[in-house]
Design a binder for this molecule. Structure first.
Ligand code: KIV
Length: 309
């Protein structure tokens, strides 16, 4: 069974972490569900929903920071979000994306920054974009004991070279995607993301490598799928890529909830007595001497995340 309770029979028993060998063993087996995550609360929810892998993607440059590309994202950004996601992921494996110019310079630079992601970001593996040209980088990182996920096809860090976010691997270009995937497998990647390529090419790549492929805009023939969490939930409404199925319209839910809140604040119907602490009874309070106990708010009324101890 592959789900949030897979490793614990009791609901309260923490599920064991999904490991790299387990992900590798899912080749041709039950499809892998990967989702991006950028903060603790979302990581908790995605983990509870049964995601196998949470990716702190450099897509955060667009969906969290509001840039038009992923290029401005730094290693520090990925580590900051990684620490938050790692605290929320009880079962899901947590992967950190290597951002633009954190690995392209040399294999040594790639190794150093992959190490930084593992030490400072709380990650269990790293992901990097590119094919044959990064195979040596992958080899060096893997040799240091850091698992690497590859990423071929549409590689958003090369958006300007590609002339936009465009489908890759069409026509003769299919051979390039195929040989890139093979080079990554040979270099030691434990899984490979296939982004925005024709579905028949994705099937061909999936059949020609022994490690799982995880598709995004690559059809159903991959060993798993990945989506950006805000796309999946209908919260990032600036762009609507064809492949980004919305499994909820949480954006509408949020806007509706905020409208209701604003309305209740403006009409003073919120907060009601059920959302307020016990009245202090000012008259009675004035007539009795102050005691330290009386000034303490009942801790049961305070949400745990407000408590500092
Ligand atoms: O940065 C990201 O979110 C990604 C996924 C879309 C695969 O690389």
């Amino acid at each position: 069974m592959y789900g949030p309770t897979a490793n614990g029979s009791g609901a309260n028993r923490p599920a064991a972490k999904v490991t790299v060998p387990e992900i590798r063993a899912r080749k041709g087996g039950p499809p892998i569900a990967m989702i991006t995550a950028y903060d603790f609360t979302m990581a908790r929810l995605l983990d509870e929903g049964g995601a196998d892998i949470l990716l702190v993607g450099d897509s955060l440059g667009m969906v969290v920071q509001g840039h038009s590309t992923t290029l401005p994202v730094t290693v520090e950004d990925i580590c900051y979000h990684g620490r938050a996601v790692a605290r929320g992921a009880r079962r899901a494996h947590v992967v950190g994306d290597m951002p633009f110019m954190s690995f392209q310079v040399s294999a040594a630079q790639a190794l150093e920054n992959a190490g930084k992601l593992m030490k400072e970001g709380g990650f269990e593996s790293v992901k990097l974009e590119g094919g044959e040209e990064v195979a040596e980088h992958v080899r060096r990182i893997v040799a240091a004991g850091i698992p690497v996920m590859g990423h071929v096809g549409l590689t958003p860090q090369s958006v300007h070279a590609m002339g936009g976010f465009k489908v890759q691997g069409k026509g003769d270009d299919a051979d390039r995607v195929l040989s890139d995937a093979r080079a990554l497998e040979e270099a030691g990647c434990y899984a490979i993301v296939l982004e925005a390529i024709p579905p028949d090419l994705a099937e061909e790549v999936t059949a020609s490598v022994q490690v799982p492929t995880i598709g995004i805009g690559a059809g159903k023939g991959c060993d798993g799928q990945v989506l950006v969490c805000y796309d999946l939930l209908g919260m990032y409404r600036d762009l609507k890529p064809k492949f980004a199925k919305r499994f909820a319209e949480a954006g509408d839910v949020i806007v509706g909830a905020v409208r209701a809140y604003v309305d209740e604040v403006q009409t003073r119907s919120f907060p009601g007595p059920e959302h307020s602490f016990k009245p202090n009874n000012t008259q009675a309070r004035r007539s009795v001497p102050r005691t330290p106990e009386r000034d303490v708010i009942d801790p049961d009324e305070i949400p745990p995340h407000w408590q500092t101890h």
